[in-house]
Design a binder for this molecule. Structure first.
Ligand SMILES: [Zn+2]
Length: 553
């Protein structure tokens, strides 16, 4: 059971993280039977996604907010994850629909290995491979990996993968008009037979019987298009996410409006497009136009990564608020997320193109690279949104003659091709690896990628919540204004120690603060800020040229 399992969990496991926030998370997850029961009696939304309730008399498991009558105290068991409930033999409730519960990354603070393992499973590592291979990628043995999953999630890696497939299939049955064979394919089941058997065993009926005919609720599906809701834990700061993505959108590949983000998609040899907009509740509405249904889990995993849907803002905010400098920033933007990247190579190319030039100039260069080397996309809706190409892959960039391409210094062109070759040599270069330091070292070994770029890639592509773009001019400027004293890169790094293991979120808060004139002038302890930051802004370009540190990527 959750409480007894977690109570014996040591706070410092394999991951060298500071104990403070870990304790906070453990407190958040260390729910005893009484506390959990109180939460389900009051249907307390704050616990949604943190635990699930198995009802012994019915064999069903529920979210804490389930509208059904609360079962008797002695008839429930509590689980830390849907997979644990499912592995214990419970099946998902048809009323509160665990598949629509926010999928939290709360365990991030307790085990980096589990967190990375989950990311790999989410992108399909166990659909083709096995647990031993997964462990190898994470740098731990199979037994150790099973032990860690058991300890932190109460379920085996295979049960986690299986639960993901079942819940996605269940959502597709409910939310779309896809034929059952297509649902099986799109949810990552190897075969329709396996899909049918799984649902028969779990729900006691064939999957088709779970489809209720309420067409009004379903997405009006155009041919080859499906729309899904991806939940998150509120609050969510769409404004900052939107403007961050808009400023860096690559012409022809991405398009951002006030209420939407759209981009072309190239995956598993097929191409298409997707459209994301905030829903009218705690979820994103995602429309996918992609010919290969089997790629859907990977596409969903990437959307969740770009929009940081697994973050638990209350836990992160509580920790960062312990620093008086960050506290007012967190209070002003409690729903801030770290914008992820769609694809590592694209992000890294974009970062190299942006070295020592402005964000706007970098966008222009990226757009020209795409027009010259990208593959055209013919999709009416995508074209109408200004999406014309998929981003060129590493092979294309490695083989292209870049000398005719723009007015870039020769070293930068060489860096682009070195990056492309490094990615061809190591296809896993941009996937979650063994740990942050190893990932940074691997990236820094590529000519043209320095510490800043490597940390930036770790932050946005590898989803390392503790990545921190060292030496960033914007961060130093923000920290100087907020603390009232100039901080060199080393001093800032020292200060950032107390922000661990959420330094990426601290960086986002500082960047967002810097970009928000209204917020800057409203904080009493930074009265002098406007003048000061205007002065520094004027010197920005110079600072970027001289320090190699910038935030143009
Ligand atoms: Zn329920």
């Amino acid at each position: 059971m959750l409480s007894s399992r977690l109570r014996g969990t040591p706070f410092t496991s394999e991951n060298r993280e500071t104990p403070g926030p870990v304790r906070a998370i453990m407190r958040a997850m260390d729910l005893d039977h009484d506390a959990c029961y109180r939460a389900i009696v009051t249907r307390d939304r704050r616990f949604d996604g943190r635990f699930f309730t198995g009802v012994k008399t019915t064999g069903i498991y529920c979210r804490p907010i389930c509208p059904a009558r609360t079962p008797r105290r002695e008839n429930v068991r509590f689980f830390g994850s849907a997979a644990a409930a499912q592995e214990a033999g419970f099946r998902p409730c048809l009323r509160c629909r665990p598949e629509t519960s926010p999928d939290l990354g709360a365990w991030r603070g307790t085990s980096n290995t589990v967190s990375r393992g989950l990311a790999l499973i989410e992108s399909g590592a166990l659909d083709g491979g096995n647990v031993a291979a997964l462990g190898e990628r994470l740098g731990v043995g199979e037994r150790q990996l099973r032990r860690l999953f058991q300890q932190h999630l109460g379920a085996s890696p295979v049960a986690v993968a299986q639960t993901r497939r079942v819940l996605l299939a269940k959502q597709l049955i409910h939310d779309t008009d896809l034929a059952m064979a297509d649902v099986a394919m799109a949810a990552g089941f190897g075969s329709v037979r396996r899909f049918n058997e799984t649902f028969q065993a779990l729900y006691g009926r064939p999957p088709g019987d779970l489809r209720r005919s309420r067409p009004a609720e379903k997405s009006a599906t155009a041919a080859g298009e499906l729309t899904l809701s991806l939940p998150f834990r509120p609050p969510y700061d769409w404004a900052v996410m939107r403007s961050f993505l808009a400023a860096r959108a690559i012409p022809g590949v991405e398009s951002v409006t006030e209420r939407s983000y759209a981009r072309t998609v190239s995956l598993d040899g097929a191409s298409g497009a997707l459209f994301v907009e905030p829903g009218d509740g705690p979820f994103m509405r995602v429309t996918v136009r992609f010919p290969r249904l089997a790629s859907l889990p990977a596409i969903i995993a990437r959307v969740r990564r770009v929009f940081d849907l697994a973050a638990e803002p209350s836990v992160i905010g509580a920790h960062l608020s312990e620093d008086r400098v960050l506290a007012p920033l967190v209070a002003a933007r409690p729903g801030l997320r770290v914008p992820g990247a769609w694809e590592g190579f694209e992000l890294a190319v974009r970062a190299i193109l942006g070295q020592q030039i402005t964000v706007v100039a970098a966008r222009g260069l990226a757009g020209r690279l795409v027009a010259a080397l990208g593959t055209p996309v013919t999709d009416a809706r995508a074209n109408a949104a200004g999406l014309t190409h998929v981003f060129p892959d590493a092979r294309r960039v490695a083989q292209a003659d870049l000398s005719a391409f723009g007015s870039m210094p020769r070293a930068r062109l060489a860096a682009l091709q070195a990056l492309a070759r490094a990615h061809l040599a190591d296809p896993l270069l941009f996937t979650v690896g063994q740990d942050l330091d190893a990932a940074i070292a691997r990236l820094c070994a590529i000519p043209g990628i320095g510490a800043w770029t490597a940390q930036y890639i770790a932050m946005r592509q590898l989803r390392e919540p503790d990545a921190f773009p060292v030496g960033d001019v914007g961060l130093m400027r923000a920290a100087a204004s907020l603390t009232g004293c100039r901080l060199c890169a080393d001093k800032l790094l020292q200060r950032a120690e107390r922000w661990r293991p959420w330094r990426a979120y601290a960086a986002m808060h500082l960047w967002a603060w810097l970009a928000d004139d209204g917020l800057r002038s409203s904080l009493p302890n930074t009265r002098d800020t406007r003048k000061r930051s205007h002065r520094i802004k004027a010197g920005d370009a110079h600072a970027q040229r001289t320090t190699h540190a910038h935030r143009a990527a």
